[in-house]
Design a protein around this ligand. Sequence first.
Ligand SMILES: Nc1nc2c(c(=O)[nH]1)N(C=O)[C@@H](CNc1ccc(C(=O)N[C@@H](CCC(=O)O)C(=O)O)cc1)CN2
Ligand SMILES: Nc1ncnc2c1ncn2[C@@H]1O[C@H](COP(=O)(O)OP(=O)(O)OP(=O)(O)O)[C@@H](O)[C@H]1O
Length: 197
Amino acid sequence: MSRKALLRRELLAARRLLTSEDVRDAAAVLSAVASDLPELASARTVAAYVSVGREPGTHVLLDALRARGVRVLLPVLLPDNDLDWAAYEGPEHLAPAGRGLLEPVGVRLGPEAVVAADVVLLPGLAVDRRGMRLGRGGGSYDRVLARLAAAGAHPALVVLLYDDEVVAQVPEEPHDHPVDAAVTPAGARHFAPRGPA
Ligand SMILES: Nc1nc2c(c(=O)[nH]1)N(C=O)[C@@H](CNc1ccc(C(=O)N[C@@H](CCC(=O)O)C(=O)O)cc1)CN2
Ligand SMILES: Nc1ncnc2c1ncn2[C@@H]1O[C@H](COP(=O)(O)OP(=O)(O)OP(=O)(O)O)[C@@H](O)[C@H]1O
């Protein structure tokens, strides 16, 4: 098993130990911490995701952003693991989809829609002190980050995690792009921008 796969398995096992109360409490704090991020305060379009299971909860945050008039885009998983996007129009416009996901039922805007985002909130399992992120392994967000780079778009990239998921080092591959910040219940942490290679 690869180092990424091993670390993923460990982190998912730790999440399985969280109670629904742990998840609910963390989600409320996460929403408050995220809402204080300057990047989000000035954002007009935010690409986010709908948390499921023991993932750091986004529902409170999605509703807070929408209530402020922010345009929130949500991912729709395509058969090849790429992501399409649709606007968040409230919890009643989400429906169960494959892989235990909840997805928006509205008009699909196409995979390129994400380049309009001022902030992208990413799911993940861990991030290290350089901002390298470990995802679920589908490569969906790797493709989003590659698409943003190709379009010359530079939204703030923010991963939502639990406190102990900020780790010393995440195994890195050439296709990985670092994120700018991590939000955990303990607070927000910004990573240093990369210098020249
Ligand atoms: N909430 C959420 N939405 C998201 C992602 C995510 O990580 N979290 N994604 C990030 O890329 C994309 C979907 N990618 C996914 C890739 C793999 C699995 C997965 O392995 N699911 C398990 C069952 C779910 C579980 O209990 O963990 C499976 O199919 O066996 C799910 C989503 C887009 N939407
Ligand atoms: N730009 C890309 N286009 C297509 N596939 C890609 C791209 N970048 C990475 N991949 C592929 O996606 C797979 C998963 O990569 P990796 O293990 O780094 O996922 P991850 O970053 O943990 O997950 P995610 O991006 O879904 O959050 C790999 O097989 C990788 O080759």
